[in-house]
Write a protein that binds this ligand. Structure first.
Ligand code: FAD
Length: 435
């Protein structure tokens, strides 16, 4: 049988192989599934798998904007890691990683030092403030469940019906500006959903919403700039239909308590700035391995098998990695879809190393297209090969794909119920303004 750290081989006790995964996000979770699934019975007994994450849950970030606008409940897009650990049989440590020492095969965390034989780094990226003064103090990012809850509170606390404000029996919502920074997919989805919720709220409260402005600021000359022009154009027209004020070629130079200063001399008065302007890797990644490890724009350059060339027992996945497709040599994007594919590949590859089998080809990235929800009954989807579908058809596909990808059956059913009962959910979320 052996002890917790050993196993019996030919009547002799051998040390188990320690595999440590940092981060149970998209890449880390996909690695665990694939690694566990591909290990053969005898190899399974040789492995000691530990997963470290600062959160006690896995977050389904693509639906976070709906938490921020009160369209789904926060607990419905998170899956507890303790339960997953019990089911999939790995050790879960809830702890924050501070540093990795690849020279010593050690991870330094807030609860102690963890040694490893193989390491999987999948810590995801942080919010990028581009060094703009005031971003940390005066904006709310959209990265964590807490961020989602904070934005939701800001949104609904700012919607204050003033009954009979126009003196003729007609009420309005108190004027307020919301500013979303970053015209990528997340910024577009947040702006569209916010606009929907403002309209739904004003309808239910029986007041007008003329004084509410939702600005979407983008530094480049179009929305979702990595997508073809036609996708950006369709997104622009969907935003216009929702009343979102898109400002392209608009750079922010400073954020203050009272608003946003623009490079073109403009100023938008607001206390509600939501930051969705991009991501960057944190210090753990940018300082990983010092000069021995190549980084490009803060991402660790990995080989075709997603390993760090200088430390071949370390895999780096997801947003932390600069991986290239083994066939085309094109860089792999920082998306959930890519992170999942990388996790799956690395899990299979490590299982083959442990089982002493050869994995003949390197990582191949499969483009899965692009989907952006643009509010109720509308989304823009671009499929591999360039076919674009927007409007209601896109909305159906967006919903089907997101439900399919959600982690647990329980979360799938709960999110479906949230969508079906959205009026009731809004009353719960909206607080005193509606009740
Ligand atoms: C709001 C939002 C919406 C998005 N929508 C989409 C979308 O629709 N489609 C798409 O393809 N991509 C989307 N993305 C991008 C996608 O979520 C990321 O590309 C993907 O999550 C990257 O996977 P990952 O495993 O590298 O990191 P993550 O999934 O971010 O996982 C990182 C994990 O590491 C943990 N962690 C981080 N730092 C530490 C630490 N120091 N110590 C311990 N644990 C730590 C975190 O808690 C987390 O569990 C979205 C991102 C956001 C923020």
């Amino acid at each position: 049988m052996g002890t917790e750290n050993t196993w019996m081989k030919n009547g002799k006790e051998s040390r188990r192989i320690k595999v440590v995964v940092l981060g149970a996000g998209f890449a880390g979770s996909s690695f665990i599934n694939s690694f566990k699934g591909k290990l053969k019975g005898k190899d399974r007994r040789r492995i000691d798998l530990t997963v470290i994450d600062g959160n006690s849950y896995h977050l389904f970030a693509p639906l976070l904007y709906q938490v921020a606008t009160g369209s789904v409940r926060d607990r419905h897009i998170s899956a507890p890691l303790n339960t997953t650990a019990e089911r999939k049989k790995f050790r879960f440590i809830k702890s924050t990683v501070l540093r990795v020492s690849p020279e010593r095969n050690q991870v330094i965390t807030t609860t102690g030092v963890v040694g490893y034989d193989y390491l999987v780094v999948a810590l995801g990226a942080e919010n990028n403030n581009f060094g703009i003064p005031g971003v940390e103090e005066y904006s709310v990012p959209l990265k964590s469940l807490q961020d989602g809850r904070t934005i939701r509170e800001r949104l609904f606390n700012s919607l204050i019906p003033e009954k009979n404000a126009l003196g003729n029996g007609v009420g309005v919502l108190s004027p307020v500006n919301f500013v979303i920074v970053g015209g990528g997919a997340t910024g577009v989805e947040l702006a569209a959903s916010m606009s929907d919720q403002v309209m739904a709220f004003s309808r239910k409260a029986g007041v007008r919403h003329d004084g509410i402005n939702i600005f979407l600021l983008e530094a480049q000359d179009r929305l979702v700039r990595d997508a073809p022009q036609e996708v950006s154009d369709r997104l622009m027209s969907d935003m216009a239909r929702r009343g979102v004020k898109v400002r392209l070629n608009t750079r922010i130079i400073r954020l203050g308590r009272n608003g946003v200063e623009l490079q073109n001399g403009g100023f938008i008065e607001t206390e509600n700035v939501f930051w969705a302007a991009g991501v960057r890797n944190g210090k753990i990644i940018t300082e990983f391995g010092g000069n021995h490890v190549e980084k490009v724009h803060g991402r660790i350059v990995v080989d075709n098998f997603l390993r760090v060339p200088a430390f071949s027992n370390v895999f780096v996945l997801g947003d932390n990695a600069l991986a290239k497709d083994a066939t085309s040599n094109n860089p792999v994007p920082q998306t959930a879809a890519a992170a999942v594919q990388e996790g799956k590949f690395a899990g299979k590859h490590l299982a083959s190393i442990i089982g002493e089998k050869m994995n003949s080809h390197g990582f191949r990235y499969r483009d899965t297209g692009l989907m952006v929800a643009t509010g109720s009954y509308s989304a823009v989807c671009m499929f591999p090969g360039g076919i674009i579908l927007s409007g209601f058809g896109g909305w159906i596909i967006w919903h089907a794909v997101h439900l399919f990808k959600l982690d647990t059956v329980r979360n799938k059913i709960s999110v479906m119920a949230d969508w079906a009962l959205r009026d009731r959910l809004m009353r719960n979320m909206a607080g005193p303004g509606l009740n």
